[in-house]
Design a protein around this ligand. Structure first.
Ligand code: FES
Ligand code: FE2
Length: 362
């Protein structure tokens, strides 16, 4: 019979106590993706973000609106109510809220007393993305995603997964390139990837954590080889995955053929923003904005890559959902996890989230 030595279990538990996990409060003072532009329309839409039920719509002038979904009278969902012009009329007793969340009419009385309102959340549109500020007060930060996300030189496509797993597990997955050869064996993993050298960068002050990995020479799997024209050629594949806050994780991959001299190498990059919005402690809105800086005119590259990458990210979704189900099925006293050397960036990131959550809680 084999069993983990009690001292190893104890050490794993002691290390985990300082890491963010499912019980760690969310970080509210950050921009998160609320949805894509089309999620804000003239049809009321409910979405829960950081455990807060919200209702989305667009005003007649086209401005996106996000309000708390709970009518403050008797908690009826505003998302099951009626959009009239720029206002919502509650489906239970008819209280009317404007786009700023103010109650402006109570049918059973002459006037609506001042100050009755539902919370309205600040939103910002950036190309196809709509960001929401979940913190108290006015937004205290710039939007976290760079200009490439709206630059026509970077044709892009978008995807969404409703992930039944913790957002922290998703960030850790993205900071861990060692899973590519296994979970992604059928898509973008190649066996040599698991053994390639990697570098870890951690910047606690800035809340940035990154892993980079260079594989060369390598043969690229079709998802990368076809669009870059590197099929059947020895190539270099240089990937960098960076966590830059609770809602944004950017994975950049550069490729070149080793048969081309340094001076003649095209700058071929594929960048994927993994945009992570916790729904609850164990479910996540997982948005993808995926762009490239080449083949701008070729629509077929966009659709090929979209299809291939969506299939590959589905492998992460299925893997993380299997993890979440396993955690739920495991007795609490057995829920320890052992970290190894390649988890360094993920562990540093989880420590940072844990500390941030403590700081936000005051
Ligand atoms: S619950 Fe909304 S008006 Fe009564
Ligand atoms: Fe993955």
């Amino acid at each position: 019979m084999t069993e983990m030595a009690p001292r190893l279990i104890q050490a794993a538990r002691a290390a985990e106590a300082r890491l963010a996990g499912r019980a760690t409060p969310f970080l509210f003072n950050a921009w998160y993706i609320a949805g894509f532009a089309e999620d804000f329309s003239r049809t009321l839409k409910r979405r829960t973000i950081l455990g807060r039920p919200l209702v989305f719509y667009r005003t007649t002038a086209g401005a996106p609106v996000a309000l708390s979904d709970r009518c403050v009278h008797r908690s009826f969902p505003l998302s099951k109510s009626k959009l009239e012009g720029d206002t919502i009329v509650c489906g239970y007793h008819g209280m009317r809220y404007d786009e700023g969340g103010q109650c402006i009419e109570i049918p059973a009385q002459k006037t609506a007393p001042q100050g009755i309102c539902v919370r309205a959340y600040p939103l910002r549109e950036q190309g196809p993305l709509v960001w929401i500020w979940m913190g108290d007060g006015e937004p205290a930060a710039d939007l976290p995603l760079g200009d490439w996300a709206t630059d026509p030189a970077w044709p892009a496509s978008n995807a969404y997964f409703h992930l039944k797993a913790s957002y922290i597990a998703l960030h850790e997955n993205l900071l861990d390139l060692t899973h590519l050869s296994y979970i992604h064996a059928a898509t973008f993993g190649t066996p040599d990837y698991a053994f390639a050298p990697y570098e870890v960068e951690t910047d606690d002050a800035a809340g940035r954590f990154a892993v980079s990995r260079s594989v060369m020479p390598t043969r690229l799997p079709p998802v990368w080889a076809k669009p870059t024209g590197l099929e059947g050629r020895d190539a270099a594949r240089i990937a960098r995955s960076e966590f830059s806050g609770p809602s944004v994780h950017t994975v950049n991959v550069r490729f070149y053929g080793l048969d081309v001299s340094e001076a003649e190498r095209p700058d071929t990059q594929i960048t994927t923003a993994h945009l992570v919005t916790p729904e609850t402690a164990t479910t996540t809105h997982y948005f993808i904005h995926h762009g490239r800086n080449f083949g701008q005119e070729d629509e077929s590259i966009t659709s090929f890559m979209h299809e291939q990458l969506t299939a590959a990210f589905m492998e992460d979704v299925e893997g993380l959902e299997a993890v979440e189900a396993m955690v739920a099925d495991t007795p609490v006293e057995d829920r320890y996890e052992v970290s190894v050397a390649s988890d360094r960036a993920g562990v540093a990131m989880r420590r940072w989230i844990h500390r941030q959550a403590e700081a936000e809680a005051g």
